[in-house]
Design a protein around this ligand. Structure first.
Ligand code: AMP
Ligand code: ZN
Length: 114
């Protein structure tokens, strides 16, 4: 989608620190990390928010989550534990309207989140 930052990243118009890529998704390091490990996993196809998942595209959510678990192992944060987050819309803290899964680790997180 035109003017979507993460579509530009997925089409390589903007450079990022890519850690994983396949036909359907891309994973790259967050530009403003909130933990020592902070990776974003995005579908290559534009989906704005979690609310836009449908029976036709829902498999992408499992694909993002499964690959987050694989990256957690690769980054050596799986055993201690980590956090995965989909922020949805304004009150959920979403600032970029292209679906993304945050993978955060290598520090201890608090609950409930702020
Ligand atoms: P959210 O607030 O859930 O929409 O998360 C958006 C995330 O994208 C934030 O953690 C930003 O730091 C991150 N971000 C914004 N621009 C870039 C970029 N060019 N490369 C990597 N991460 C980015
Ligand atoms: Zn997009």
């Amino acid at each position: 989608m035109k003017d979507c930052l993460f579509c530009m990243i997925s089409s390589k118009k903007i450079n990022t620190d890519i850690v994983f890529e396949d036909k359907k998704i891309l994973a790259f390091r967050d530009i403003s990390p909130q933990a020592p490990v902070h990776i974003l996993l995005i579908p290559k196809m534009h989906i704005s928010t979690l609310n836009d998942l449908t029976p036709k595209n829902i498999e992408i959510a499992g694909h993002l989550i499964y690959n987050a678990t694989k990256l957690a192992k690769m980054e050596d944060i799986a055993k201690n534990g980590y956090r995965t987050v989909f922020n949805c819309n304004e009150w959920g803290g979403q600032t970029i309207y292209h679906l993304h899964l945050h993978l955060l680790g290598n520090r201890k997180f608090k609950w409930p989140p702020g």
